[in-house]
Design a protein around this ligand. Structure first.
Ligand code: SAM
Ligand code: SF4
Length: 447
């Protein structure tokens, strides 16, 4: 590759899960340390990082079409950008990307992106570089301190997965489960709050599997970490995602009833309502054990809002088994949920299982499931009308004087009046749509 000018502007495009959003923010910070600034809206960037997701179909194809679009736009603007592919597609298909896309000069996996600045120097000198090593902790130690934070920030506390659900690529692209050390997390949370965060969502592919040693050397789980983070002045709210039913312990359930800063919200993926399907998925729970677990959370925190993930059309799923998923949805009454068509992922056991389901059957099941989930989400929102609650203001709304924030139950709430981004205001919820609520401002709560 020919040498190129050192980039002055960057754009990081993150796809997929919140952990990718976190990684994208950290890569942006690394580039900022090198004096590179975000490209102004509407302008082509000198350096583009595509922070990819491999969880479902067409992710890789999407990367190639994005690269093609960037090259074309760059040519039209008279400058072709340096392109880095990061994230899980980079991890899974790094060599192929280098072979198929000559416009890409850097491929960097999710555990290696702390080396991006050094790879960038090599790319500027005309050398193409791939780094998909997996030394998990090195990355966090090498990242610069957080300087700026949105009011609602993410903090990755745990990475990787040892659960090996038969449909999922995460154990292969993100590696084995590791927990970041307690003291690093407390320090990063403290810095996030100093940098403007009022809410922190603790992230992990299996966040409830986090474990560590607290400041006194005692073994603690996620509940212990949350308890100590709740002591940070200026931090008003704590959330965590994503949990696995196998790792939910008594301490975490109790924490929901005891720690005021821990928000009344739980995202607990179930995937399916049929025990045969759950077994074939290598999930360690049954529909019944999942429902019992939710009951314990509801007993600890009666107003807790529940969320989940679902997959329809797992190999050999019958109509009767799908009906069990619908029955589970009816039994839970989710406040919100994510639902997906099963997507065969190369290298996973389910991809070669008998009985792959026809696309039109999956479409039909997804539609019926989403109708049920949307019905319940709307019902949950309608049941919230009349409540007065705190709303964390995250951004301006579409109209002048309008603000958008989140309720404790993770609902989007818009309202009008005197406020600023980062304020915690008290609002009465006065109207409900399927995806958001209207609020009436009551007061702004001091920081
Ligand atoms: N570790 C978390 C868990 O167990 O729920 C989340 C992992 S994954 C990033 C998020 C969701 O993607 C999963 O809960 C599952 O519903 C969905 N998913 C994963 N692999 C999939 C596949 N091959 N096809 C369709 N959906 C998939
Ligand atoms: Fe994937 Fe299952 Fe691990 Fe979640 S628990 S990341 S779905 S293998």
């Amino acid at each position: 590759m020919p040498t190129t000018a050192h980039p002055k502007t960057y754009r990081v495009k993150s796809f997929g899960c919140q952990m990718n959003v976190y990684d994208g923010e950290r890569m942006a910070e690394l580039l900022a340390e090198k004096g590179i600034v975000p490209a102004p809206e509407g302008e082509e960037a000198d350096l583009v990082v595509l922070n990819t997701c491999h969880i479902r179909e067409k992710a890789a194809e999407k990367v190639y079409s994005d690269i093609g679009r960037l090259v074309k736009a760059g040519r039209l603007a008279g400058k072709e950008p340096l392109i880095a592919v990061a994230g899980c597609v980079a991890q899974a298909e790094g060599e192929e990307i280098m072979a198929r896309a000559p416009a890409v000069s850097m491929v960097v996996g999710p555990q290696a992106y702390h080396r991006l600045p050094e790879m960038l120097d090599r790319a500027v000198a005309g050398e193409r570089a791939t780094d998909t090593d997996m030394p998990p902790i090195a990355k966090f130690d090498a990242l610069p301190p957080r300087r700026k934070s949105p009011p609602a920030a993410f903090l990755t506390v745990q990475e990787g997965c040892d659960k090996f659900c038969t449909y999922c690529v995460v154990p292969y692209t993100r590696g084995a489960e590791i927990s970041r050390p307690y003291k690093d997390l407390v320090a990063e949370a403290q810095r996030l709050v100093e940098a403007g965060a009022r809410e922190i969502t603790l992230l992990g592919q299996n966040v409830s599997a986090w474990s560590g040693e607290d400041a006194k050397g005692r073994a603690v789980g996620l509940a212990g970490l949350i308890r100590d983070l709740a002591e940070i002045d200026g931090l008003a709210r704590i959330r965590y995602t994503t949990s696995h039913p196998a790792d939910m312990d008594d301490a975490l359930i109790a924490a929901h009833g005891e720690i005021a800063k821990l928000m009344p919200f739980l995202h607990l993926p179930v995937q399916a309502g049929s025990d045969r399907v759950l077994k074939a998925m290598n999930r360690s729970h049954t529909a019944e054990s999942y429902l019992r677990l939710l009951e314990r959370f509801r007993a600890a925190r009666p107003d807790i809002a529940l969320s989940g993930d679902f997959i329809v059309g797992f190999p050999a799923e019958t109509e009767a088994e799908f009906a069990e998923t619908l029955a589970l949805v009816d039994a839970v009454g989710y406040a919100q949920a994510f639902s997906f068509k099963y997507s065969p992922r190369p290298g996973t056991p389910a991809a070669t299982m008998e009985g792959q389901i026809a696309p039109e059957v999956m479409d039909d099941r997804l539609q019926r499931l989403q109708a049920a989930l949307n019905r319940d989400q709307h019902a949950f929102n309608r049941a919230s009308v009349g409540r007065t609650c705190e709303v964390l203001v995250e951004r301006t709304g579409k109209r002048a004087g309008q603000w958008l924030g989140k309720s404790p139950w993770l609902q989007s709430v818009w309202f009008e009046g005197e406020a600023a981004i980062g304020d915690l205001v008290t609002a009465e919820l006065v109207g409900a749509g399927p995806n958001s609520l209207a609020g009436k401002l009551r007061e702004t709560v001091a920081a």
